[in-house]
Design a protein around this ligand. Structure first.
Ligand code: GTP
Ligand code: MG
Length: 235
């Protein structure tokens, strides 16, 4: 996987400038440029974190400690989703307010085989000297009411631009394959029913989350029996 994320695509926004006078047009173009550069910094933040994780993955694989990372994915939040979240959360529409209050513009997801690996990768990444942990939500220790499990971290990483160093927030989600399987199905069901999921399906999902957590615990135990070593955060 190459650690490069597609940049912001705002070409279609140009169509909105039709019929606007020259001075306003210039102001809008300046704003558009600022927004593109604003988003670009998050793309660089993703690139930094994905590179860090890719290096860890290769280094772990080359060592005799086994590779804890199964999969790395990333996404830059679209302009549409950012605007939707600004409205939903009542965020002031300024770059400073968005930077402070919308902390998932840059998103990276790390999928691991075992729960102990989830915490291991989190520990190794967040102990790097240029990574600052801003907030952690441990939905593995405390799953959400619907059954959702994952370890979420908002981390700050510096990016080195032509005119200086800028800190950027990146939301990193760490989860197991079983948690990822569950979350992707739940996400599809949630959207299919436009958030109004029937009670029987919610119960089924909750039960499937318990089954997934049990599978994780069983796999961890078997893994530990075969390989020994420290297994942490077992239920
Ligand atoms: P958002 O406003 O949705 O970003 O939530 P939040 O700011 O309260 O943050 P939280 O850490 O709870 O969730 C962030 C992200 O985790 C979401 O955008 C999803 O990608 C994922 N997530 C959280 N809860 C669920 C869930 O119940 N189901 C699934 N499938 N994903 C979830
Ligand atoms: Mg989000």
């Amino acid at each position: 996987m190459t650690p490069t994320t597609p940049g912001p695509d705002l070409d279609s926004a140009a169509a909105a400038f039709d019929g606007v006078d020259d001075q306003s047009l210039q102001a809008l173009r300046t704003l558009q440029d600022e927004f593109v550069r604003f988003l670009q910094r998050y793309k660089f933040g993703i690139d930094e974190i994905v590179t860090k994780l890719s290096i860890l993955r290769e280094d772990f694989a080359a060592s005799d400690r086994g590779n804890p990372i199964e999969h790395i994915s990333s996404r830059l939040k679209s302009a549409d989703s950012i605007v939707e979240k600004i409205q939903r959360k009542g965020v002031e529409p300024t770059f400073d307010a968005i930077r402070e209050q919308i902390t998932d513009i840059a998103g990276v997801r790390v999928t691991c085989s075992f729960v102990s690996d989830v915490y291991r990768v989190f520990d190794v990444l967040t102990s790097q000297s240029d990574v600052r942990v801003v907030r952690v939500k441990d939905y593995i220790a405390e799953p959400k009411a619907n059954g959702y499990q994952s370890l979420h971290a908002i981390i700050e990483v510096p990016i080195f631009l032509s005119d200086g160093i800028v800190p950027v927030l990146v939301e990193v989600q760490f989860r197991t394959i079983a948690m990822d399987f569950w979350a992707s199905l739940e996400h599809k069901i949630y959207y299919k029913y436009d958030a109004q999921v029937p009670a029987e399906l919610l119960d089924g999902l909750k039960q499937a989350a318990v089954t997934a957590a049990q599978l994780d615990a069983d796999m961890e135990r078997l893994h530990h029996e075969v390989h020994g070593g420290e297994a942490v955060h077992l239920s």
